[in-house]
Design a protein around this ligand. Structure first.
Ligand SMILES: C[S@@+](CC[C@H](N)C(=O)[O-])C[C@H]1O[C@@H](n2cnc3c(N)ncnc32)[C@H](O)[C@@H]1O
Length: 162
């Protein structure tokens, strides 16, 4: 099966159908699957950008309006270093590599946003309540960073005793 969708770009999916390991009943399904793969590849190819690529991508949403990527990144680097010591002492049964850094990332975003010039009362401590806070690590980081809040959850976690 061969699909050509412009004079410059050609995509082929043939090994699937030429392989004789498939029984005849499967072949029509494989054809449908191959056609769907080609459609996807064609769509991705058309939306890729860069030298020599045609792009039909239209930006419809303005991203990073509330906080710049740079402000988030700077804060995350700083806070990751500050809180990474939680990884070796993580008392929960969850993966600390995921849960510590995920919460640090969320906290970094909130702190950079709340402390930035665009936020109402920016620079001052923010008050918050985290309802269903789970292990409460996000609440812990936010209060460590000077913000004033509490986390509530119906299920106590081991980390709460630390
Ligand atoms: C999907 S977890 C989210 C945990 C945390 N907010 C996070 O993002 O990692 C939902 C949490 O809500 C808590 N929860 C559900 N219903 C609740 C209730 N009625 N009162 C307090 N906590 C509740 C659960 O115990 C659970 O820890």
């Amino acid at each position: 099966m061969l699909a050509s969708y412009s004079d410059r770009q050609t995509v082929a999916v043939f090994s699937l159908l030429q392989a004789h390991v498939f029984d005849p009943v499967s072949v029509p399904y494989l054809r449908v699957t191959a056609a769907k793969i080609l459609e996807k590849v064609e769509k991705w190819g058309k939306t890729m950008s860069g030298p020599g690529h045609v792009t039909t991508y239209e930006k419809r949403v303005e991203h990073d309006q509330a906080l710049s990527q740079q402000a988030f990144r700077d804060r995350y680097i700083q806070m990751k270093a500050k809180y990474k010591h939680w990884v070796p002492q993580w008392p929960e049964n969850t993966d600390p590599q995921k849960f510590v850094f995920e919460e640090v990332a969320i906290a970094s975003y909130l702190c950079a946003l709340w402390e930035g010039p665009g936020w109402r009362g920016g620079g001052k401590p923010q008050t918050f309540v985290d309802l269903g806070c789970g292990n409460g690590f996000l609440t812990h980081i936010l209060t460590e960073e000077g913000h004033i809040g509490k986390g509530y959850d119906r299920q106590k976690r081991k980390i709460w005793d630390m």
